[in-house]
Structures are given as structure tokens and as C-alpha cells.
Design a protein around this ligand. Structure first.
Ligand code: HEM
Length: 240
């Protein structure tokens, strides 16, 4: 039985393999190990500038370092997921990555971005400078620090969660509704970009990442729209 049937539509192909393939397990393992290594490196790197490694684990600033490092990695993953999703919908990757791996990667990037965003918010509960409550993390615009920009991050997080969960509800909500819902990923991307840029301590260092990510997403979105218009034009019945 074919696990993957290529779609003729120009939209994201979601005729997914329903079984976890060896390929997607490999993506999961390799990705998780790489991510943990990156997170560890970022925490040590940001902390080393200010504290000796031996004092890191007892440092009262640990939660702040962790928030910053996990926020940066979560953002990288969300950007990668958005770019990869656009690669999928424009079919740019079709020629060089097998479809099950391409889809497994998209899913993996989205869910790890969500996991790291949860860690990023959760560690704020242990911050020694600002006092965050669980309600501050869940209800936008109620926190003690930059409530507007942090609120944008919370709403962005909810949009990420809704779109990722909706993937598993396609048979109930229907393909059309799912596709419309999936456009919320653009909202999630824009809100979290603004959030990180405006609320972050490391904005100056992360600026090249924000610009690169924005340029890639913008370019691929315009490409995607032009590609869809072109297909519509080519398949429209002639009026002559
Ligand atoms: C779930 C709700 C969220 C809360 C409560 C939250 C909270 C915060 C706070 C308080 C900061 C400032 C930390 C600092 O001093 O640098 C921050 C920065 C940041 N956040 Fe979030 N955030 C949330 C969601 C997200 C999401 C979904 C992403 C991306 C996927 C994200 C990415 C970032 C980035 C990149 C920074 C900048 C880090 C830095 O400059 O060091 N956040 N967030």
C-alpha cells in the first residue's frame, strides 16, 4: 500500500503516512540529540560570559539564562518549521527529500518548537527578578515585564498549538477548514518574531537571525502566491 500519494493541488500535501516510519523515528532521534546539544551550548555560552560553569547550576540567574536560550532555540525551530512548510507547499523539496521524511521533519520542528516554548515560559516561574504566576504565563498582557510584547508571544504560542493539534483533527473538521486554519501559522510566526525582537535581552545578537528568517519567509510566501496564481491561470478554461 502506498503510504504517500502526491497531490495535484498546489497546497500543502497532507495525505500523510499514518504509521510512524523508520525515517520519521530517525528524524526524531537525530533532531532531539542535536537540539539538546544546541540548548546546552547556548546556556553554557551565555552563562560563561558572566559566571563560572561550577556556579551555573546554583546561580540565581539560571532561569533567566534558560529562558533566553530556550526562547532563541524555540524561535529557530519555529522559523525552520515555517520555512520547511513553505518548501513543502511550493513543492521545492519534492525532488530531493522523500515525502515521508519531509513531512516528519515539518511535524517534528513544530512540536519541538512548542516543547521548547513551554520550557521557555515555565522557567519564568523561577525567575529571581520578576515574579511570574501561572496565570501570567497563560493570560496574555498580564505579566510584570513588557506585558504587550510578552502577550504577543503567548498568543503566538496558542496559534502554534492550535495549528499543530488541528493536523490530527482533519477528518472531523474537513480538509478545507484545516487548510484555512493552517494560515494561522503566519500569525504565530509574525507574533513570535515581534515578541522575541521587542521583549528579548539578546535582540542585538539575534537581529541577523530575525532578518534572515523574515527574508526567507517573505520570499517563499511571495513565491508560493505567484506559483498558485500561475497554476490557476494555466488551468483556467480559455474564453476564446
Ligand atoms: C508561551 C508564552 C511565552 C512567554 C510567557 C514568553 C516570555 C518571554 C519573556 C519574558 C522574554 C524576555 C526574556 C529576556 O529577558 O530576554 C522572552 C523572550 C523571547 N521569547 Fe518568549 N515567551 C513566550 C512564547 C514564546 C514563543 C512561542 C517563542 C518562539 C517560538 C518565543 C521566543 C522568544 C525569543 C526568541 C525571545 C528573545 C530571547 C532573547 O533575546 O534572549 N517566546 N519571552
Amino acid at each position: 500500500m502506498a503510504l504517500y500519494q502526491p497531490s495535484t493541488s498546489s497546497n500543502i500535501d497532507i495525505s500523510l503516512p499514518t504509521r510512524t516510519s523508520a525515517a520519521s523515528r530517525a528524524v526524531t532521534w537525530i533532531g532531539t540529540i542535536g537540539l539538546l546539544a544546541l540548548l546546552f551550548w547556548l546556556v553554557m555560552h551565555s552563562a560563561l560570559a558572566q559566571a563560572a560553569p561550577s556556579t551555573l547550576l546554583t546561580s540565581e540567574k539560571l532561569s533567566w539564562y534558560l529562558t533566553r536560550a530556550s526562547g532563541a532555540v524555540a524561535y529557530l525551530l519555529l522559523s525552520a518549521s515555517t520555512v520547511w512548510g513553505l518548501f513543502l507547499s511550493t513543492k521545492i523539496v519534492k525532488e530531493w527529500v522523500p515525502a515521508p521524511i519531509a513531512l516528519a521533519m515539518h511535524n517534528y520542528l513544530s512540536w519541538t518548537a512548542i516543547g521548547l516554548s513551554m520550557l521557555h515560559a515555565f522557567v519564568l516561574l523561577f525567575d529571581s527578578y520578576y515574579t511570574y504566576s501561572i496565570a501570567n504565563l497563560l493570560i496574555p498582557f498580564t505579566g510584570p515585564y513588557e506585558p504587550g510584547w510578552v502577550g504577543a508571544g503567548i498568543i503566538g504560542f496558542y496559534l502554534m498549538l492550535i495549528t499543530s493539534i488541528s493536523f490530527y483533527c482533519r477528518q472531523w473538521i474537513g480538509q478545507k477548514a484545516w487548510r484555512k486554519l493552517h494560515y494561522f501559522t503566519f500569525g504565530a510566526y509574525v507574533l513570535t518574531t515581534l515578541h522575541g525582537w521587542q521583549a528579548g535581552t539578546d535582540s542585538a545578537q539575534l537581529t541577523p537571525i530575525y532578518w534572515t528568517s523574515l527574508a526567507l519567509v517573505l520570499f517563499l510566501t511571495v513565491y508560493r502566491i505567484l506559483d498558485a496564481l500561475n497554476r490557476r491561470y494555466l488551468t483556467a478554461p480559455s474564453r476564446l
